[in-house]
Design a protein around this ligand. Structure first.
Ligand code: ZN
Length: 183
């Protein structure tokens, strides 16, 4: 960050009195620009032993498969964000959604929240940010072409839980990128 979002003057990074971390502080109006993790919300859309995947039409990881997910907007709940992203990316309607996986990714300052829900009908289609959308069984999933580590972990957990027919909420920390790609 170089310029103040309030007055447009330059900012410098230093620790404010009483704080413990360096912040971007405006040299002119003294506004302190706090930066905090962002929430990514998405859906694991399921139809029995099948799950809905989207192939990304955007960077990063263009062409790789993902679960519909994206940054939460101001004014919405995490559940609304997950359903909105699922509609935008996969034109899929979801029912009975429940929180399923929460990932902390401190190295990129993100928190991922995936809801698990039932696909309502098979009228899904690629949205603007997807090349294609499809239903995959465990054996059909392109495991080596998944966009992010959070996707593979969520899918693996789902197929384990599906065998037991129990889907507890789980939390995991991913503290560095796997396979060298963005997490
Ligand atoms: Zn300022």
């Amino acid at each position: 960050m170089k310029f103040c979002s309030h007055c447009g003057q330059g900012v410098t990074e230093h620790i404010p009195p009483g704080d413990t971390r360096p912040r971007y502080i405006c040299d002119h109006c003294q506004h302190i620009h706090y930066q905090n993790p962002r929430i990514v919300a998405g859906c694991l859309v399921t139809d029995q032993r099948f799950v809905l995947l989207c192939r990304r039409a955007i960077e990063p990881r263009h062409g790789y498969w993902t679960l519909p997910a994206g940054f939460m907007e101001n004014g919405e709940t995490t559940e609304q964000a997950a359903l909105r992203e699922t509609w935008e990316e996969a034109r899929a309607r979801v029912a009975d959604q429940q929180l399923y996986m929460l990932f902390n990714l401190p190295h990129i300052n993100q928190v991922y929240m995936f809801f698990r829900g039932q696909l309502v009908d098979e009228s899904f289609a690629p949205g603007e940010e997807s090349l294609e959308v499809g239903l995959f069984s465990e054996a059909e999933i392109p495991w080596d072409q998944l966009a992010f580590p959070t996707i593979g972990k969520t899918l693996k957990q789902y197929f384990l839980d599906y065998r037991q027919q129990q889907f507890p909420v789980r939390m995991a920390d991913i503290t560095r990128p796997l396979r060298g790609g963005p997490a």
